[in-house]
Ligand binder design. Sequence first.
Ligand SMILES: [Zn+2]
Length: 234
Amino acid sequence: MSKALLPPTAKGRKYEQEARKIRSFAGLKREDDPLDPFALAPYAGLLVVDFNQIEGLSEQARAHLLGDGAKDWSGGTFTRPLPNGRQLVILNPKHGHQRHHATLMEEVCHVFLGHKANKLEITKTNDQGKIVARDYDDSDEEEAYAVGAAALVPYAALHRFIAIGKTTFQIAQHFGVSRQLVIFRMQISMLWPEYKKRHPVEVEQYNLAKSREAARSFEKLNDSADDVGKATKA
Ligand SMILES: [Zn+2]
């Protein structure tokens, strides 16, 4: 993968180069080889533990993290190392394997890119795949997520898959990631218009669903503003 195609933007090219280093470290030869972050995690000194193995959480905390609060976190890393030097990573068991891949890959990238953090990092991804996070600065967050996403879904492979007519569903399945992540990669690397030309109906449906979602959350926002209004009047 020495002369592979690179994204059009300078930032995209920089992230892609970092991602390619990680892919070659992982021993991947082809640009479309799927990357397994779980195989990479030990090399980054990360120890992934099952949420259910955590002791000392109150029933209330557990119920919240898996219930109402489940949508607010995707993974956490205890950046203070364990006595054996490893860092503990916990993934949200309510999320599927595909989202775990993106979350864990971001944590792996923080380590490989030499980012510094002191406390527990809580990351939250929204529907666009963007991260709301603490304890790393914003540019480190952006870099870790973008490089991780590029390592999971390389530009050259994405470009080729679009050219041969594969859908976002097929590409997501191939790389073991969510469809959202594939769309994020297409949008950020300017391949979305090309994809849209080939799959106009799918993109139209996607946009419609997005605007419905936006309208719904806008309504919710208004509803809660009404509640606040009523409360202050009472
Ligand atoms: Zn992060």
